[in-house]
Design a protein around this ligand. Structure first.
Ligand SMILES: Cc1cc2nc3c(=O)[nH]c(=O)nc-3n(C[C@H](O)[C@H](O)[C@H](O)COP(=O)(O)OP(=O)(O)OC[C@H]3O[C@@H](n4cnc5c(N)ncnc54)[C@H](O)[C@@H]3O)c2cc1C
Length: 390
């Protein structure tokens, strides 16, 4: 099989890249380890920045997102028994949209299939060859048979645990990492929203986030031990923990409902510099991870795709390689900004077991500052909506 761009991973990065290239007349093949049903039903991100919405719209997959996504003009910070609002639109002129990642994936898969795109689901044994030559290739097993795709470029969009990053020689790569000693216990709940906007809560028992997925399905998280087990958490215990961390002294409280999914995710910050070697380029979680506190992961994956699409189009339409050569450097500017914001928000909102009482009071002082100083609130809002110049 021969294509122009071989893409590993049918997450948001791989599918969006493949579709944007198709719209510009560039052929690609996408290889995905999991089944279509699985990628279309795995619940992950939900907060889309305007720039992400714009690129999805440009790709022609914005219709359902605009009809069904919920536009949020602010969010609330809960601490010390009270709630304070960050007015995103008032401070930045921008908003965010809550539209679940698996819905984005459904839209992208449908668009790829309708366009006759080559997406191979349920592949195994993906391997990358010849990235230091002009003729790289991908080998994989599909329906029990070995296959090979020859291409001009290989794009690794295969997430943090994929094979692409390791294909860059260790001597070329510098990995920057911080693994947090806590995780998030996530639940999906059949209930109306507890609040019109997301609530980020700092409490001495730990962080909590009240988020939404649709008018009937809510997503809530609370800080936990990453080694904990969901089996140890009865529904009653979960609700009492969420009430303790989120309910405010003026009577606003978390709305309970039927819990139909529980999971625990670890928290990590990670950056691979460089994001390219020879004819291999990394995009999205394959190259970087942020703790979900700042809602940046999916948005960063889409931002990488924007840079990479422009670079590949410049190569195929104008024979230029300067944008490809600069890809890693260009993408890393936004990535480091988002890494800092996610880390800062994580440190401010979570219970830090190594923090002294003095440092815990500093967390509260910082929350007071970002909710009372217009300048501090604006900086936070600009980062949250992705409106920071990089
Ligand atoms: C609980 C949680 C909440 C989150 N909330 C937010 C949020 O609110 N906002 C936000 O912006 N981000 C959020 N994120 C992060 C976001 O989900 C990720 O950053 C995003 O999925 C990255 O997209 P990607 O395409 O780079 O990688 P992925 O979505 O991980 O896709 C990679 C794909 O590659 C496939 N793959 C892996 N290895 C191989 C292989 N060897 N061969 C073939 N295929 C392979 C995988 O099966 C997968 O489908 C959250 C993440 C989690 C876990």
């Amino acid at each position: 099989m021969r294509t122009q761009v071989g893409i590993i991973g049918a997450g948001p990065a791989g599918l969006l890249l493949s579709h944007l290239l198709h719209l510009r007349g560039i052929d690609s093949v996408v290889l995905e380890r999991r089944g279509r049903d699985e990628i279309e039903s795995t619940i992950r991100a939900g907060v889309l920045e305007q720039g992400t919405m714009d690129l999805l719209t440009e790709a022609g997959v914005g219709e359902r997102m605009k009809a069904e996504g919920a536009v949020h003009h602010g969010f609330e910070l809960a601490f010390e028994g009270q709630r304070r609002r960050i007015d995103l639109t008032g401070l930045t002129g921008k908003s965010i949209t809550v539209y679940a990642q698996h819905e984005v994936l459904k839209d992208l898969v449908a668009a790829r299939v309708a366009a006759g795109g080559k997406v191979f689901f349920n592949v195994s044994d993906t391997s990358i060859h010849g990235i230091e030559t002009d003729h790289p290739s991908l080998r994989f097993v599909y329906e029990g048979e070995p296959h090979e795709v020859q291409c001009d470029y290989v794009i690794g969009c295969d997430g943090f645990h994929g094979v692409s990053r390791a294909a860059i020689p260790a001597v070329r790569r510098e990995d920057y990492e911080r693994v947090f000693p806590f995780g998030w216990f996530g639940i999906l709940v059949e209930a109306p929203p507890s609040s019109d906007e997301l609530i980020y809560a700092r409490h001495e028992r730990g962080f909590a986030l009240v988020s939404t997925r649709s008018p009937n399905v809510q997503r809530m998280y609370f800080q936990c031990d990453p080694a904990d087990s969901v089996d140890r958490w009865s529904d009653d215990r979960i609700w009492s923990e969420l009430h303790a961390r989120v309910d405010s002294s003026d009577g606003q409280h978390v709305v309970e409902g039927r819990i139909f999914q529980k999971n625990i995710v670890g928290m990590r910050s990670f950056v691979s510099a460089t994001m390219q070697h020879g004819r291999l380029f990394l995009a999205g979680d394959a190259a970087h991870i942020v703790p979900p506190t700042g809602a940046k992961g999916l948005n960063l994956a889409v931002a990488d795709v924007r840079v990479l699409t422009a670079a590949l189009v410049a190569f195929y339409k104008e024979g230029r390689t300067d944008l490809l050569d600069a890809y890693s450097e260009t993408a890393l500017r936004r990535i480091w900004r988002a890494e800092h914001f996610s880390y800062w928000m994580t440190r401010m909102m979570h219970r830090l077991d190594d923090a002294s009482p003095f440092e815990q009071r500093l967390q509260v002082a910082e929350l007071e500052h970002v909710t009372t100083s217009r300048a501090a609130a604006t900086a936070m809002a600009e980062n949250y909506v992705g409106a920071v110049a990089v």
